[in-house]
Ligand binder design. Structure first.
Ligand code: CTP
Length: 390
């Protein structure tokens, strides 16, 4: 949550300005105090009154407003973070060049708070070498940029320049306010979801898994700077574009993909509910209903067990164990049998929910973690990969 956080929202003049209204609403609902600065061009797209009504806080549009008691220095000092969403090529260029000629650019210049840009613009503009050079320069200076999405743009072009989903912006902000980019340089492979083993063209067997926990871990690790390889199977959620993701269907495909990608990963977190059995034979034609159907199943390969057998020095293996009984005892058995460094044990009752409770076990430790899956994901990363930094 964002209780008592002061967020200065800068809105610049692009069509995505209307999406910043929803962002302001979401941040306000999460408990943050939002003061907004709108450039003159932004006011062409949305009304300052809209922002004022949503945030219940001042909206500043002019540098010299005799009716306003707020001026740029006090705003600059007040902010815990400055979020520019959407950020046009113009504001990025101004900040990169040290230009302070309006209330927004002057406030950014006068603040020591972290600045988070959400660029949104025409695709050709985004790849323009001048814009690229400005973004690179600011990134080196410690400003943060979220990558725009690719797709159909409001101007009618296809390209990379779309304003990202507000939900994803929130995950970035929640992380930035608590963590540094402390996983930079690490490569982490994360699996999620449930494999589906086909019986015929319409039927399959699978496990119950929403994929939310694995996705939360992938997001959290990516935002903290890690290079994430996200291998998933039938998850009930949209995979963010910023993740390097691989879609798989059955246990064999997941096995092959994990084995191919695992050598470069220092840490592997197997969250996926991989089917333990697959039909011994696949029927190309739909099996017609007659009497009771008897199927034969063959055992699938255990990915984590095989990874454990060939674990390299320095590689960290983390497993999950969803259990319906004797949770700790069963999880500890899997920790040992699969040669894991950590195992996250949970009760099957949390499957599909947004909140979770996990017992994180190693040969030496036992830690209880609870909260939203995103917050638990951060806690898992803290207690495993970043344990030495605490
Ligand atoms: N796992 C795997 N490959 C499989 C089955 C499981 O890599 N074929 C991984 C899961 O991703 C998880 C861990 O092993 O991280 C434990 O999975 P779980 O299903 O709880 O345990 P199993 O070893 O399959 O044992 P059981 O089903 O008897 O509880």
């Amino acid at each position: 949550m964002l209780n008592n956080r002061n967020i200065l929202l800068g809105i610049t003049g692009g069509i995505a300005a209307y999406k910043a209204v929803d962002l302001a609403g979401k941040l306000t609902k999460m408990g943050a105090k939002i003061k907004t600065i709108m450039t003159q061009n932004a006011c062409e797209f949305v009304s300052p009154l809209t922002l004022r009504s949503i945030t219940h806080q001042p909206v500043i549009t002019k540098m010299f407003d005799l009716n306003s008691e707020i001026e740029h220095i006090s705003l600059a000092d007040w902010a815990d973070i400055i979020v520019i969403a959407p950020a046009t090529a113009n504001i990025i260029g101004k900040v990169a060049s040290g230009i302070a000629d309006d209330i927004l650019s002057t406030t950014i210049m006068a603040s020591t708070a972290p600045v988070f840009f959400v660029p949104a613009m025409n695709g050709h503009m985004y790849v323009n070498p001048i814009v690229k050079a400005n973004i690179n320069k600011l990134t080196e200076l410690g400003y943060f940029f979220m990558e725009p999405e690719a797709g159909m743009l409001a101007c009618g072009y296809e390209g990379k320049g779309r304003y990202p989903k507000n939900r994803e912006i929130l995950y970035f902000l929640l992380t930035f306010l608590e963590y540094k980019r402390d996983l930079t340089g690490k490569t982490i492979l994360i699996t999620a979801g449930a494999s589906q083993e086909k019986i015929d063209p319409i039927r399959f067997i699978s496990n119950r898994s929403s994929g939310k926990m694995g996705l939360a871990l992938a997001r959290a690790a990516h935002i903290r700077g890690a290079k994430v390889k996200f291998i998933h199977s039938n998850i009930n959620d949209e995979v963010p574009e910023y993740l390097d993701s691989y879609q798989t269907n059955d246990a064999k495909e997941m096995y092959d993909t994990v084995m191919k990608e695992s050598s470069k990963a220092e840490t592997i977190i197997m969250v996926a509910a991989v089917a333990d059995y697959a039909p011994a034979q696949y029927s190309k034609q739909k099996i017609k209903k007659s009497d009771d159907l008897i199927l034969n199943f063959k055992k699938t390969k255990d990915i984590l067990y095989d990874l454990g057998k060939k674990k390299k020095t320095g590689q960290m293996l983390i497993g999950f164990a969803a259990e319906s009984e004797k949770i700790k005892q069963n999880a500890l058995m899997k920790l040992k049998k699969k040669n894991l460094d950590f195992i996250c044990a949970n009760d099957l009752k949390v499957t599909g929910k947004d909140d979770t409770k996990i017992l994180l076990l190693s040969s030496k430790q036992e830690i209880e973690l609870s909260g939203s899956k995103f917050s638990v994901a951060h806690q898992i990363l803290d207690s495993t990969i970043n344990i030495n930094k605490k």
